[in-house]
Design a protein around this ligand. Structure first.
Ligand SMILES: [Zn+2]
Length: 321
């Protein structure tokens, strides 16, 4: 992937930082002086309204809070947490820069980018100094052993995940592709994910579940449901990170497991999703519905309650129903 050629100069000359900012949904910058924009920093997402400055004429930016600065390539590299070279390839394609990686006449280049665009790239960093015994985890009934196994903990360092409980997300090969950041103080959003992260391509905890000696996987909605079910002794558990079973996730599950136990939330969205997913899987693999009591969700249940629910009538519902 490093062999792909891209003209940095052509990309920098052709793509304006203003357009790139717009493409990331950054619409809050205001002009206080001609040729200058300023506002909250989209990279570290702080609250200071005077932190992030853009010089339109120089096509450059600087954040006085997180110290990020540079040109349009540096900006994308910071947003995507990728190399400058990958940022150049991404921009060349996104903005169809002539002579850059977007050249449609070059099959290997467009194949590579086309393929990569639908995937989550492995991260090139891991967050350090994560606190696995933070009170938030204890309050949600997560033991420090479970937190350690999943790499979950409170992160007090700088950046996008600052001040949140971070949850590492891996692809099916076990490569770290993102962190989800759970607010611990009610600050929105409840979960923060990096821009560009493709939920449709990942099933949370699949790589560990697949390694477990089980033929049935438990399918839950959220990260904490997954942690709690795992803690109750069910190692083959995955989380949808929502209520949709995306095709890529369905393929992974069907290839590895003969049966799925749908254990979604006990609210109406969870009930509807259970039926929808059971229909989706009808005739493809064995499914059983594990009904969590109305209004409840797996992460709120005790280990004994989870065990009791999952132990009930294993496999009784049979093929796709
Ligand atoms: Zn910043």
């Amino acid at each position: 992937m490093s062999s792909e050629w891209v003209d940095f100069g052509a990309v920098k000359a052709a793509v304006s930082l203003a357009d790139v900012l717009r493409s990331y949904g950054v619409d809050w910058l205001r002009s206080r002086r001609p040729g200058q924009l300023e506002g909250r920093c989209p990279i570290h997402r702080g609250q200071r309204v005077d932190a992030f400055h853009v010089s339109v004429s120089k096509n450059a930016f600087q954040c006085f809070a997180c110290q990020a600065q540079g040109n349009v390539l540096d900006f994308v590299a910071a947003m995507e947490r990728c190399s400058v070279r990958e940022a150049a390839c991404l921009l060349a394609r996104r903005f169809a820069v002539a002579g850059g990686a977007a050249d449609p006449g070059s099959a290997p280049q467009s194949n590579w980018l086309g393929k990569k665009e639908g995937m989550n790239r492995p991260l090139r960093f891991t967050l350090r100094g994560v606190d696995r015994s933070h009170p938030y985890l204890r309050a949600r009934g997560i033991l420090s052993e479970t937190a350690a196994r999943f790499g979950v903990g409170f992160y007090g360092g700088p950046g996008l995940m600052s001040g949140r409980v971070v949850i590492p997300i891996h692809d099916a090969q076990g490569q770290l592709v993102a962190y989800a950041g759970r607010a611990v103080d009610g600050a929105p959003p409840k979960y923060r994910l990096p821009s560009g992260f493709l939920k449709s391509q990942v099933l949370f905890n699949f790589h560990r579940a697949a390694a477990a000696d089980r033929t049935e996987a438990v399918v839950v909605e959220g990260y904490f449901d997954c942690l709690k079910v795992h803690q109750a002794g069910f190692a083959a558990v995955v989380a949808l990170m929502g209520t949709t079973l995306f095709p890529a996730a369905e393929a992974l599950l069907r290839k590895r497991f003969g049966q799925l136990a749908l254990m979604l939330d006990g609210d109406s969205a969870g009930r509807r999703a259970t039926e929808r997913i059971a229909q989706q899987l009808a005739g493809k693999c064995r499914v059983r519905r594990v009904i969590v009591s109305a209004g409840g969700q797996p992460d709120q249940l005790s280990e004994a309650e989870i065990t009791a629910l999952l132990a009930r009538d294993p496999g009784q519902e049979g093929e796709g129903r």
